[in-house]
Write a protein that binds this ligand. Structure first.
Ligand SMILES: [Zn+2]
Length: 254
């Protein structure tokens, strides 16, 4: 795979970088990554994966850009108020890096459409704001044998973890078991969210994707990374191996 003059200039810092270089950049260029959510987490994830030159990016979001999004969802702007977030994201990334192909899906991911939407992609990234969709993504990745990069944020903190198939790792459902009842879930609308928190967690998720693409082990495969922006503390907790009673991964060779 050859690089154009634009790409040779654009990716110079990657070409010069140990463990990336020309070969790593080619792998990034061949990458096909689905980012579900074009909001607070999706913004840094799509920005960085687009800037990095991931060849094909899928972006799924069924919502429209609202003024209350702009405090943290930096893909969008005032001119895009009322537009579909997926198309706004596509426009921003294509303006940043025309070498990247962006496929926009104005849909909400469900059990019924995940297989069709995610089929062309090698890695699925969680940038959603609800447990229900997150379980759909995780269950799909376990069954399809694809890496799943999870991130979640609330108020002053957040977390990230990466699931790799065929490594006996706990899947998202092993850890959280089932979708909690709506009144058990704290949400960002009620509890607030400092705008930089999704910036930090989303950047961690983008880094996990790039590591997978260039052939480096993810930082948080089988581990949970947590960040508390109130205290400045970060933690990495090793997760247990996959559960023998998990209704999803115990039935696969994952
Ligand atoms: Zn499981």
């Amino acid at each position: 795979m050859n690089f154009s003059q634009d790409e040779l200039e654009r990716y110079q810092r990657h070409f010069a970088l140990e463990n990336v270089g020309t070969e790593g950049q080619q792998r990034i260029k061949k990458g096909k990554v689905l980012v579900v959510g074009a909001g607070g987490l999706g913004s840094p994830i799509l920005y960085y994966l687009g800037a990095a030159g991931v060849g094909t990016l899928g972006v799924v979001d069924g919502d429209l850009v609202d003024c209350s999004n702009l405090q943290r969802q930096i893909l969008h702007n005032m001119e895009r108020l009322g537009q579909e977030k997926a198309f706004s994201a596509k426009q921003t990334i294509e303006q940043l890096n025309p070498n990247v192909k962006v496929d926009a899906y104005v849909e909400k991911i469900t059990e019924n459409n995940i297989e069709k939407i995610a089929a062309p992609y090698d890695i699925v990234v969680d940038a959603v704001d609800n447990f229900q969709t997150r379980f759909v993504l995780s269950d799909y990745c376990v069954k399809a044998g694809k890496p799943f990069v999870h991130g979640g944020v609330l108020a002053w903190g957040g977390q990230a973890m990466t699931y790799l198939p065929h490594q006996n790792q706990a899947c998202y459902r092993c850890i959280y078991e089932s979708v909690p009842a709506p009144d058990e879930v704290p949400d960002c609308k009620k509890n607030g969210l400092l705008c930089t928190v999704p910036g930090i967690i989303g950047s961690v998720e983008a880094m996990e994707v790039l590591r997978i693409l260039v052939g480096q082990a993810p930082m948080y495969a089988g581990k949970l990374f947590t960040f508390d922006g109130k205290t400045g503390q970060t933690r990495v907790v090793k997760l247990p191996q996959k559960s023998s009673v998990c209704p999803v991964c115990s039935k696969t060779d994952s």
